[in-house]
Design a protein around this ligand. Structure first.
Ligand code: 2NE
Length: 275
């Protein structure tokens, strides 16, 4: 595929092709673990894809294989920079900035698809969980490690996981810290499809192309609606923001603004009170 480099970063790769952005975590020597800088760059690339009206689908993946032949989507927070109060950035400040990225992936009004080859572990597993859709290679391995390495994600990592796989399974995943195969993940509804590793990107592009044929506003309202079910007032804000956008796009909505600018009373009489 003829990917164009969209921007150059240190820890990630960022590409675009007709309607699709691809964001690749590029630290294969660490199984694509993220440090604070990785998250800053991921956030920047996702924000760029959000602003680009030509982009409708974002693929999130990890680069690989590493020189030892192993693949990883992401192995979570980089434990080698974990300090007293979080993951330490270049300025010495402790951070858990992956939580900001989690919210962006959820609220961005475009479809985010995780392409998982190899390990999706810890905070890396939560990232795949939060993507709208996940396509996995048959070598993918899923799991949480928090209680083993002295961490936990009690936000989306717990509650959203339970929405997806159910309370019993979510508790098993977190309490036992086992690893699950791609087929097991598919069976428990954690992912959408398993393909041969050579087919992973092509399958992602195929799904993206099918989505790009659909109505952007229908998809953005559906994403907000799925989010609203779990996200309380923040979810309602997102859903309602779309209602406001659609209202602004209507003649009735712009009448109010037009009247204000023309210093005249608004004439809403011509619009019906529909049943
Ligand atoms: C991913 C896994 C299971 C892979 O195992 P294996 O045996 O294939 O590879 P290995 O030898 O463990 O790893 C290869 C190299 O990558 C580094 C390793 O240290 C090793 O480096 P060298 O010895 O070659 O120098 N590496 C791998 N994962 C890393 C990581 N997360 N941080 C730093 N270096 C890492 C196996 O590597 C594994 O279990 N990794 C750790 C998974 C983990 O516990 N992640 C953190 C969970 S907590 C979290 O992500 C989090 C949260 O809970 C809440 C908020 C934010 C984040």
């Amino acid at each position: 595929h003829d990917w164009q480099t969209a921007k150059t970063y240190e820890d990630i790769l960022y590409h675009k092709i007709d309607g699709i952005a691809k964001i690749t975590i590029n630290r294969p020597h660490k199984r694509n673990a993220f440090r604070p800088k990785t998250i800053v760059e991921l956030y920047d690339a996702f924000a760029n894809a959000r602003e680009d009206s030509r982009i409708g689908v974002i693929l999130l993946t990890g680069s690989g294989p590493h020189t030892d032949g192993k693949y990883a989507f992401c192995s979570g927070g980089d434990q080698s920079v974990r300090g007293h109060a979080g993951y330490i950035d270049d300025a010495g400040v402790p951070r858990l900035n992956v939580l900001d990225l989690q919210r962006l992936i959820r609220s961005i009004p475009k479809v985010v698809i995780a392409l998982v080859a190899g390990y999706a572990i810890g905070g890396g597993h939560v990232l795949q969980l939060l993507c709208d859709l996940t396509i996995a290679a048959d070598n993918a391995i899923f799991g949480q490690t928090g209680p083993k390495v002295g961490s936990f994600d009690g936000g989306f990592g717990a509650s959203y996981m339970a929405r997806i796989v159910g309370q019993k399974k979510a508790r098993e995943i977190w309490y036992l810290c086992r690893q699950y195969t791609a087929d097991q993940a598919l069976e428990m509804g954690l992912i959408n499809r398993v393909v041969a590793i050579a087919q992973l990107e092509a399958e992602g592009i195929q799904w993206a192309m099918e989505i790009l044929e659909k109505s952007p506003i229908a998809i953005r309202c559906l994403k907000a609606a799925f989010n609203a079910d779990c996200d309380g007032q923040a979810g309602l804000q997102e859903l309602a923001g779309n209602a406001t956008m659609l209202y602004y796009m209507s003649e009735e909505g712009s009448e109010g603004k037009q009247a204000f600018l023309e210093k005249r009373p608004p004439d809403f009489r011509k619009y019906p009170w529909l049943p």
